[in-house]
Every structure is written in C-alpha cells, then in structure tokens.
Design a protein around this ligand. Structure first.
Ligand code: KIV
Ligand code: ZN
Length: 531
C-alpha cells in the first residue's frame, strides 16, 4: 500500500474494472474480473477500483470476490452519495485487506440541473453526508465532484471543502467529459490545492474525448496530483480514460522532467515489465484489441521498418528507442522486414535465423526480397526461408536464364495466355503462348524460349504463410532425356512462382548437360503440359 503522504510517490489507482468496464460492449464475468484483478496486483497498482457494487448483483458479487481474495492493492468500490449506495459498497468490499470507498456527485450546472435535479446546496449536503457515512466504515475515503472541469470553480471548491471536513482523504478531480486542456486543468488543480484546506491527496481522473487524457493526467502530476486514476489500454467510457501504461512510462522515462523541485524523482511503484502481459490479458478478456501503433503496448511500439531506423537500432538500440522493450514486457526490439528495409537488416535477420548466405547469393536474395516486399505488406520468417532456399537453388544452378517478367491473362471466357520475358547473355527474349491454364501457358513460353522439352513428373504448390497475400511456393520435378531435376519458385503470384520453378529446373538441366555455352543446340520443340 502506498504512503499517501509521500511526496515522491505517485499512487496508481486502476479503474479498469470499473470505468474501463463501462466501455461500450464490455461485460466481464466474475472469473474474468478476478483474473484481471490478480494481474493488476502482480503489476503493483496501489488501488483497484473493482466495480460499482450497486449497479448490479453481478458487479456486487465480482467486487466481493476480489475483496475476498486479491491481496496487495487496496480494494475500492464506487458509490453514489445515497447512503444506501454507500452501505452496499461497503458490504462488497469489507472483506478486503485494505478498503476504500469512493463516493461522487456532480457539481457542474448542467449535471445538477438536468441529471440530479438538485440545487447546489443539496449537492453540498449530499457530499458531506455520504463522506461522513462512509467514514464510519473505513478511514480511506475518496470524493469526486463529477464533471469538475466544467463546474463553477468556487462552488466546486466549497463542495470539496465540505468533503474534506467530513473526512475525505483523497480529492479526485474528474475531467468527466474530456474537456480539459493540460495547462488549464493543471491550473485548476493548483488553485484547488491553494483554496481547499486540509490533509488530502489530490487525484486526477481524465477522459480521452479530445485525446488528451494522458497529457492532462501528466500535467496534473506536475501540478501536484499524487494519485492518477487510469486504466489498462486506456479503456473507459466513450473514448476511454488515461492509459496507465502511458502515464507510468512517461513518468519513468522522463524522470528528469517529473522530478520535484527538491530533485527527488517521482515513482509509481509499478512493475513495468508486467505491463505487456496485463495489456494482453485485458485485451483478450474484454475483446477490445490494442491498436498496432498504441504507445508502449502496441505490437508496433518497438518495431522498426525503415532501413535507416533498422540500421540505427541494430548498431545501437537507443538511436530510435526511448524505452527498453524488455522493461515493459514487450520482449525485444523488432526488425520488421518490409519494402523500406535495408540490406543490413535483411542480412542480420537471416543470420539470426541461422541462414548463412553471402556475396552474390545475398545480393540476389536481397533483390528478390525487395521485389516481393513491394507486393506483400510484411514478410515472415517462413517467407524469408523459402526465398533464400530458392535463391541458393538458383546460385547452385548458375542460372543460365533469368526470369525478367511474366504477364498472364485469362478467365472463364478468355483463353489463358501468358507472356514470358527471359534474359540470357545480356539479351532479352519474349514469347507468348496459350495454354490450358495460365501456368501451362507460362511453361510453354519458357519451353519455347529455352528450347528445352521434357516431362513434368511432379508439381506442388504450397502457401508459405496464411492469408490471401501468402507466398506461393512451387516445387516441381522435370525430366529431360532421363535426367530429372527439381525446381523451386516463390512469388505472391502462383503463375510467376510456377514459371520460376520451371525455369529453375531447366537451368539446372542445362548446366548438368553442360550446354550453357551453346543453348541453341538444345532447342527441341515439343509439347509440355502442366496441371
Ligand atoms: O468520469 C468520472 O467523472 C467518473 C467518476 C465516477 C469519478 O468516472
Ligand atoms: Zn470516469
């Protein structure tokens, strides 16, 4: 449990199970809430706001189950100011090792008039009575003037003062509708501190309607707030709450900036290496996926695609990373091979995969990789393995012909036609053939260009990875005058993969026949059928 009076400690009040669960469509059962609460305890949060016990029997039971079994953090329940609500809240949390009641009532003109239908005096009296009643159960009481950032400042301070006088130990200032702007919100907190007397911890609770929840929370910390209310993955009503992982890592990473005037750095007490696991658990149980580029816990948070960045990170991680991925439970920095990647990252990735390839083969593999990456969003390790295997095959065969281009046309009412361009000895030649299918047409064109004929004894196409953009891996065997050679080809296009495999086998045969110097001699028109 955090020392509420400590000046260098920022208390982390997690409300994933209360405000976070108010995200549209999220409904966690008791078992799921318990699992998350256990993980929050492992993460080292100071407070778990476990739910709103009066909201439903299910929520009451879930809060009670958490209070009974989760040890470490203080267990808090939310309550409106009606005394019956406070009683129900206490009933749910009383079994906990340490308890807090969090009671709230709106103080903005619009909420008082249209929602509560109460006068300001009634609101003030409600706040005082609820806090005093709650104080009869536990001495850890939080009070929130809902919609604080849109409330009349002087009136809100009057309500805060009666709450402190009645025994509130934490004053939480909710930016309920995400209306605050960092400088303005921080200023409000400073003015509250100056105006409301007593011994209390100032707390921040920000919503993300303008995308400023984390910025507002951090500004509040700078203004003296020593409790931050936040949720894992930024879940919460509407656009959500301040994301805990972002708040915590900002305070940790920019310790220099957040240090107090005495130079003592702020500390949240969070075991940051548990952030990744907690985020994944919450995403899985709530069904709210984490966006790829989400700060700290998104899958791209430590992934580098451009060649310049990859080169930098491979030489020295801190060139493009301000946090250590291991420190937030995100494993290692990732080099994502895509069309922006450079040779350096390509060779490094192959080496890490145990694929030893150098010189011309490496250059050729890199050229092929770039070509494929232009067509495929991201290449997996399996794709690379297949690509290198293909390239090594070509190198062994000392490719006498190179495939320059393949163009196919076909359909239910069109005769399949394929045009193939091959290069040999610095010259390009083109052939266009029709066939039973586009693959068949491609192989006929290759046969015509190379003059090699024979029998296809085996042909298989496999997809290297799943998905419609998967690489097709074609493996075949081709026999010419009793000489059988295998060929392999890889492409996102199955016709091109087949053409590459076919040409690969023909090149090997030509090499084996020692006919590389005088290819014209082996021109033997014939028929070849594929498929
Ligand atoms: O956003 C809000 O005002 C709340 C209060 C209950 C603290 O969630
Ligand atoms: Zn809220």
């Amino acid at each position: 449990m955090a020392e509420a009076t400590s000046t260098d400690r920022v208390i982390i009040f997690d409300t994933t199970l209360r405000d976070g669960e108010q995200s549209p469509g999220i409904s966690l059962d008791q078992g799921e809430k318990l699992e998350i609460a256990e993980q929050l305890a492992r993460l080292g949060v100071d407070y778990i706001e476990a739910g709103f016990p009066v909201a439903s029997q299910g929520d009451f039971e879930a809060v009670q189950a958490i209070a009974r079994s989760v040890r470490g953090p203080v267990i808090c329940g939310l309550s409106r100011t009606s005394l019956a609500d406070v009683d129900r809240c206490w009933e749910a949390i009383e079994a906990a090792e340490h308890t807090r009641i969090h009671t709230f009532i709106a103080t903005s003109e619009t909420h008082m008039r249209h929602k509560l239908r109460m006068t300001p005096d009634q609101v003030k009296a409600e706040a005082a009575a609820a806090v005093a009643h709650a104080r009869g159960y536990t001495d850890d009481i939080e009070f929130s003037p809902e919609d604080a950032s849109r409330s009349d400042f002087d009136f809100m301070c009057e309500v805060l003062q009666v709450a402190v006088d009645a025994g509130a130990t934490t004053l939480n200032i909710p930016d309920t509708v995400g209306y605050g702007i960092p400088e303005e919100y921080a200023n409000q907190l400073r003015r509250i501190r100056a105006k409301v007397s007593g011994d209390y911890v100032l707390s921040t609770h920000c919503h993300d309607d303008l995308g400023l929840a984390v910025a507002n929370s951090l500004a509040a910390v700078r203004a003296g707030a020593r409790q931050v209310e936040c949720t894992i993955n930024g879940l919460g009503e509407r656009a959500g709450n301040a994301a805990m992982e972002e708040v915590v890592m900002a305070i940790k990473t920019r310790a220099d900036f957040f240090a107090g005037s005495d130079g003592i750095p702020l500390d949240t007490g969070i075991r940051t290496e548990e952030l990744g696991r907690t985020s994944r658990l919450v995403a899985r149980l709530t069904g709210y996926a984490v966006q790829y580029n989400k700060a700290v816990v998104g899958r791209n948070a430590f992934a580098h695609e451009s060649g310049i960045h990859q080169h930098g990170v491979l030489s020295e991680r801190t060139t493009y990373e301000i946090m250590d991925p291991g420190a937030v439970g995100a494993g290692e920095s990732q080099i994502v091979l895509g069309k922006h990647s450079g040779r350096h990252a390509f060779a490094d990735t192959l080496a890490k995969m145990g694929l030893k390839i150098q010189g011309d083969a490496l250059n050729a593999a890199f050229a092929r990789f770039k070509e494929l990456a232009d067509r495929k969003v991201q290449l997996t390790e399996a794709d690379l393995e297949a690509l290198v295997a293909e390239e090594l095959g070509e190198t062994v065969a000392e490719g006498t012909y190179t495939l320059v281009a393949v163009e196919s046309a076909g359909g239910t009412a069109t005769t399949p036609t394929t045009t193939v361009v091959l290069a040999a000895d610095g010259k390009e030649r083109t052939a266009t053939c029709e066939g039973d299918g586009m693959v068949d047409a491609a192989c006929k064109a290759i046969r015509e260009l190379t003059g090699v004929d024979g029998r296809l004894t085996d042909y298989t196409v496999t997809s290297v990875t799943g998905g419609v953009d998967a690489l097709a891996d074609v493996a075949l065997q081709f026999e010419v005058d009793g000489l059988r050679m295998s060929g392999r080809g890889l492409s996102t296009d199955v016709v091109e993969a087949s053409a590459r495999a076919f040409l690969n086998a023909i090149n090997r045969i030509l090499r084996a026949q020692g006919s590389g110097e005088d290819r014209t001699k082996v021109i033997r028109p014939g028929s070849l059928r594929l498929l």
